[in-house]
Design a protein around this ligand. Structure first.
Ligand code: FEO
Length: 197
């Protein structure tokens, strides 16, 4: 081997070594990227959870002004829970390589006619949320995103629970009717209900 070919071989070895070093030095994205369609749908769900939180906050404030202390406490806790649902989505999207976005704030209604109306609105809203979660699950299955499908099962179970709670409350309010003593006891009972978070 002459000096020229030796030099060529050494240069080739150095280049190969440099390529290996560069390969390992390059930042590796360990995130398995979230499908853009799923990411966008999850961001829409963030907006809906945020809307739920604001809605219940407005109901809580109205109930507080009217002096329903137990109902107020229940609704403030509900508002906190909805915010926790929203944050759970934030963390999931970002941990999966997507970008969770702060939604535009939709102004909720400021006043309500009755406690009955409030819980009718709660049930109606939760049924809407359940429908959206089901749509998301359906999309995940069609897109073969089994990880997000698995993540969303928590929300599926939560929605069953929230709809059941709202229905039970409406059943009690129907029994109470216009009985003020009954409403007083109901207010106390709701105030004693523990939050889930
Ligand atoms: Fe988180 Fe009740 O929707």
């Amino acid at each position: 081997m002459n000096v020229k070919s030796m030099t060529t071989n050494i240069a080739a070895s150095v280049n190969a070594f440099a390529a290996i070093v560069l390969l390992f030095a390059a930042p590796i994205n360990f995130n398995i990227m979230l499908n853009k369609k799923i990411e966008s749908a999850l961001n829409e769900q963030i907006a809906l959870e945020h809307e739920s939180s604001q809605y219940y906050l407005s109901m809580a404030s109205w109930a507080e002004v009217k002096g329903y202390h137990g109902i107020t406490k229940f609704l403030y806790l509900q508002s906190d829970e909805e915010r926790a649902h929203m944050l759970k989505l934030f963390h999931y999207i970002n941990e999966r390589g997507g970008h969770a976005l702060v939604p535009d704030a939709k102004i909720p209604p400021k006043s309500f006619q009755t406690i009955q109306e409030i819980f009718e609105q709660v049930l109606k809203h939760e049924i809407k949320v359940s429908g959206e979660i089901n749509e998301l699950v359906d999309m995940c299955q069609k897109e073969k995103d089994y990880t997000t499908n698995n993540f969303l099962q928590w929300y599926v179970a939560e929605q069953i629970d929230e709809e059941r709670t709202a229905r039970n409350i409406l059943d009690k309010l129907a029994l109470i009717g216009s009985d003020k003593g009954g409403l007083y006891l109901f207010d106390n009972e709701l105030g004693a209900m523990p939050g889930k978070k």
